[in-house]
Structures are given as C-alpha cells and as structure tokens.
Design a binder for this molecule. Structure first.
Ligand code: PLP
Length: 498
C-alpha cells in the first residue's frame, strides 16, 4: 500500500512517462537548482578535486530493479555530480579555450530535449531545418561573411572539418565515393596542407577519411607570429606536383589553438586560386570576434574560402555542442554524403533541404534553436560587447606581463588568449639548463595554482618553451577575476623563488 502511494508521488508509474503534474513540480525544482548552481558556481573548485574512480565507487554496481523516487535522484545529482565536475561555467576557467553556456542557450537545450526531433528530413522536423537556415544566415551576416555561403550545423569543429575535407576530395571527381582509395593504382598521393600550428582535428579528419597521415603536409609557421609561411606553402605544393602528388586542399586557421595566431588567408587564397585547391578556413574559436566591426578584418580572404568552420559553442555562449560549417558548394557536400534508401524517400527532396544529405549522421539534434534564442536575447550588439570585453581583459593582462620583469609575453594577443611565462632572473646557468629550469618552474607554477582550485589554466609549447595560456571567454568573467589571476601567479612565483 505504502509502495502504491509512493508510486503516485515522485515514483515512476507502471507505464508511460512521469505525470504532467510531477514533471511541472520537478521541472521547477531543476530550474531552481540550475539557477542556484550558476549563481554560486564560483563556490566550487574550478578543476575537479576528485580522484579517478571516486564517483564510480559511490554508485551501485547494478541498475535499480524498481524505479526510484525523483527526489532521491535529484538529491544524488546535487550530492555527487557537481563535486565530480570541472566547472566550465566557472568565471575563473581559463584553460584550453574558455567556453560557457548562457541562460537562453540552456533554455534552447531544454526545448530541444522536449521536442526530441530527429532533423534528418525536412518533413521530420521543418522547424529545425528552417530555423537552422535562419540562425546561420543571421550568424553569417553578423560575422560579415558573404552571401555566397550556405551553412549546416554539426556537433563539433572536428566533424565539420572532416566533412569539409571530404567535400574537397569529392570535388576532385576521382570516383572515391564509389571505388574508395585502397587497391587503386590510378590514384596519386592526395595532399592536404596545414600550418604546423593547425588543430589536431585536421589530422584526425585526414586519418578518418582514409587519406592517411602521409597525405598531410605540415607547413612551418614563423617563430614570432605563429602564422603559416606562405612561401613554404607555395614551395611544398610545387614540389608535390613535381613529384606526381595531387594537392587538393589547404586548411588555414584564423585563431590557432596554441596562440590564436591568424594565418595570412588572402595570400593563401591566392595560392589556392593559382593551383585550384579547396580552401577550408578553421576559425572555430576566433570567428565570433568578427561580430565586432573593428575586428571584421580578421576574416579578410574568407570571401574566397570554399568552407569555413566556426564554433558558437566556443565563444558565442552556446551550450556544447554546436559547430557551423559554411560552404560555398553545398551541392558538392551533398554529392559526398547523400545516400537515400527507400524508407527515407520523399516526394519533396528536390525542393526542401534534408539535413541527412550533408553528413554521415542520419538524425540530427535541433541545435539551431539555442543559437537562435541566444542571438535574439543578446542581439548582435550584446554579443559583440561581451567579446570586446574579453579582448580588453586579455590586453590588460598582457600589459601587466609586459610591465613586469618577472614575466614574459610569448605570442601576440590578437583576441582573448594570452601566452606567457614566468622568467625571473636566474643566475649562473648555461642556456640549456636555464631553459629546462624555466620549463620546470612554469610547470610547477601551473600545477600548484590549478591544484588550489581557485582558477584553472593550461599550457602549450612555443618555440620549445613551456608556455602558460590564459584563455578568456567565459560570459561570467570580469576584471576582478583577471586581477585575482595576476595576484595568484605572483604569489606562487614568489613562493617558488624562495
Ligand atoms: N579548431 C580549432 C582552432 C580549435 O581550437 C579547436 C578546439 O579547441 C577545434 C578546431 C576542435 O573543436 P571541437 O571540439 O569543436 O571539435
């Protein structure tokens, strides 16, 4: 009897979903919880302090036989999950590229889960397909990209770039879709060119497409600005052609991962035009900076790109995931991926867009909703103001670095990422041991500060030096947080220098 009563309140019913009245009640509770979480996210250590396996050890090995009360489930979420999280929404998250979700984006995700459409055919999800068209047109206009670009949403930039390279390969008309690449003696070595600073996702895309790492040609970048050396690019293409290889795609990056450097896209576009190569531009992180009229120039040259990837889930306050591939030749992308079995045939295929035709996925999430809601809520000006503030904070931090004799700036700061290291005066050392000591000092500095949980930042290697990266991009980060970083860094440096 007691069990029956419990089933009415908070327990799963015998059949069907949760009762609407309970959904409403727990829904309010969940929103309250999320609201408190976001309001007090700074109370958590940014970097999770749990040990591997700690969460697993606190959960039953077997699934429950009978449904549990929603109260118990929510209380376990509250008790166990946040402490086992690294808090990407924490305003002092400065690692990798700092990203964050915003309230309208969270609402968008909630609606999307409720609608649960599979955006494969237009008729399975007209709103998802058409809102995608609208949101991507708005984003394109805000970034100042030209109207010749159409777009499609994928989950991540890694997947978007893989599709771009697949389209570039399809554009060669080598019947690779039909006959593959293995066992063919009529195929030369196909070549893709990237800067040595390009994101590893390009190499993974090349591997996934069966081109092999041998197909990827990494072009050196200059040691001060970390930008692709275009003379080296032109030379590599000539040499490859001379050796009988077939260059077909160049990937340029606007906002590289290690330093946020900007490859010289106009010159790269000239080279692509001369050799008839597909130009893919990876601006996954930095693209949204073009929302600022004063930064539009970062996209110079992209009017000649064939494909461009930009990630609203990085610097446009969109909950993970949402990556946009803009493409000038949707027909080629479609040719590479469209495959329509009988059970998915419709009479309107030539007049509407069917999302499944442009990638390996059949069903696609309704991601456009959150982007559309974010653009509407903040507006172009509101989004630009937040990005502008992040760039200002990065410049401020870079100025402190430049003014101090204990610290050194290791790369230009075109956006909101600062690459630097501690370099206090160390005496009586050879160059080699000095470099190794500086590396050890900076690594300890980063690890010790991160272990305290107040801020979280990460590193890279530049010109073989251990380099600290402060990536600013969280919607909740303010000048107060940047001052605190500077305080912590100097305190820890003083402690380590004793
Ligand atoms: N491209 C660049 C320039 C990046 O910085 C990153 C990630 O940081 C990626 C691509 C991959 O992004 P995603 O996680 O969306 O695949």
């Amino acid at each position: 009897m007691k069990e029956q009563e419990e089933r009415v309140e908070g327990f799963a019913p015998e059949l069907g979903d949760m009762k609407p009245s309970e959904f409403r009640r727990f829904g309010h509770e969940v929103i309250d919880w999320i609201s408190n979480y976001l309001e007090h996210v700074e109370d958590y250590p940014v970097l999770s302090q749990v040990k591997p396996g700690e969460l697993v050890a606190q959960l039953p090995v077997s699934p429950p036989q009978k449904g549990e009360a929603m109260e118990t489930i929510l209380s376990d979420v509250d008790r166990l999950i946040p402490r086992a999280l690294t808090h990407w929404n924490h305003p002092s998250f400065f690692a990798y590229f700092a990203t964050s979700s915003s309230a309208p984006g969270i609402f968008g995700e909630l609606f999307s889960a409720a609608f649960d459409v599979k955006s494969m055919l237009w008729r399975t999800s007209p709103a998802a397909i058409e809102l995608e068209q609208v949101a991507l047109s708005w984003l394109r206009q805000m970034m100042g990209l030209d109207a010749g670009l159409d777009g499609i949403i994928y989950d991540t930039a890694s997947v978007a770039s893989m599709h771009a390279i697949a389209a570039a390969r399809e554009n060669l008309n080598l019947r690779i879709r039909e006959e593959g690449m293995s066992g063919r003696t009529d195929l030369p070595l196909l070549r893709v060119y990237v800067s040595e600073q390009a994101h590893s996702s390009i190499e993974k895309g090349v591997i996934t497409l069966g081109l092999g790492q041998r197909s990827l040609c990494k072009i050196p970048a200059d040691i001060m600005g970390f930008r692709m050396d275009t003379e080296a690019l032109a030379r590599a293409i000539e040499e490859d052609k001379h050796a009988g290889a077939l260059p077909f795609c160049v990937v340029a990056t606007i906002g590289t991962t290690s330093t946020s450097s900007i490859d010289p896209v106009p010159e790269i576009a000239d080279i692509c035009a001369e050799h008839k190569l597909w130009l893919h531009v990876d601006t996954a992180y930095a693209g949204p900076a073009a929302l600022l009229p004063e930064m539009r120039h970062i996209l110079d040259g992209t009017e000649r790109a064939d494909t461009i990837v930009v990630n609203p889930h990085k610097w446009l306050f969109t909950p993970f995931d949402l990556s946009v591939l803009y493409c000038r030749h949707m027909d080629v992308l479609r040719r590479a991926f469209s495959l329509v079995p009988e059970y998915l045939k419709t009479g309107d295929a030539e007049t509407v867009r069917n999302g499944m035709d442009y990638g390996i996925q059949l069903g696609r999430r309704f991601r456009a909703l959150k982007l559309w809601m974010i653009i509407r809520y903040f507006g172009h000006e509101g989004l630009a103001a937040r990005i502008r503030e992040h760039c200002r904070l990065a410049q401020l931090f870079a100025e402190w670095i430049l003014e101090s004799s204990d610290w050194q700036l290791l790369a230009p700061v075109p956006f909101s990422l600062v690459c630097f290291r501690a370099c206090p005066p160390l005496e009586g050392e050879t160059d080699d041991t000095l470099a190794a000591r500086l590396d050890r000092l900076n690594e300890s500095l980063m690890n010790n500060i991160n272990a305290r949980g107040e801020i979280f930042f990460s590193h890279t290697r530049l010109n073989d030096a251990f380099t600290l990266r402060l990536a600013i991009g969280n919607i909740r980060t303010t000048e107060r947080h940047i001052h605190r970083v500077w305080e912590l860094l100097n305190e820890e440096l003083a402690r380590l220098s004793k």
